[in-house]
Design a protein around this ligand. Structure first.
Ligand code: SF4
Ligand code: SF4
Length: 159
């Protein structure tokens, strides 16, 4: 998180939990100040290794647009290679029609299935809604068609 190539973006210091810092979802990290990391040299491994798809694309022949930078789009995309899917992490403070439209466009362009996370809900490409619990450790899947609880899965299965 927070490399110079990110410009003024620091959205990944807000949306995901950072377990080693006990930072909850959708709250700014206590060490994030004016778009820079206050503990950059000693930041946790999970911060050090994170790279969203916008950032990764800047080194590719097909960079995503400047307008799609996560602090402008209020969403970042994360590839989950192990699970063969992409997760769109959306800033719940900016979840509106425009953001939804952008995410829908991306979902149409990306070959992998996309899961969309807004606050404590994750919308799957199959229409299921997953509840992301506050502690980040348990996720319950709900089939909205049948309105029945399908069971629990560990976040590492989807996170
Ligand atoms: S969300 Fe992406 S562009 Fe923004 S700070 Fe994190 S890695 Fe950089
Ligand atoms: S420790 Fe630094 S890089 Fe990690 S979330 Fe906090 S501000 Fe961001």
């Amino acid at each position: 998180m927070l490399e110079n190539k990110c410009g003024t973006c620091s959205l990944c210091c807000k949306l995901p939990p950072v377990h080693s810092l006990k930072k909850p979802r959708n709250k700014w990290c206590q060490f994030c100040a004016k778009g820079s990391c206050g503990i950059y040299d000693t930041r946790p491994e999970e911060c050090h290794t994170f790279e969203c798809l916008w950032l990764a694309s800047q080194k590719s022949p097909y960079p995503m647009r400047e307008d799609d930078r996560p602090d402008r789009a209020h969403v970042y995309l994360e590839a989950k290679e192990k699970d063969g899917c992409v997760v769109a992490m959306c800033d719940p403070d900016y979840w509106n029609e425009r953001t939804m439209q952008r995410v829908t466009e991306w979902a149409g362009k990306i070959a992998a299935p996309m899961f969309v996370v807004v606050a404590n809900r994750m919308y799957g490409p199959d229409g299921r809604v997953y509840m992301v619990m506050d502690d980040g450790r348990v996720v319950t899947t709900v089939d909205m068609e049948q309105k029945v609880e399908l069971g629990s899965v560990k976040p590492e299965d989807i996170n």
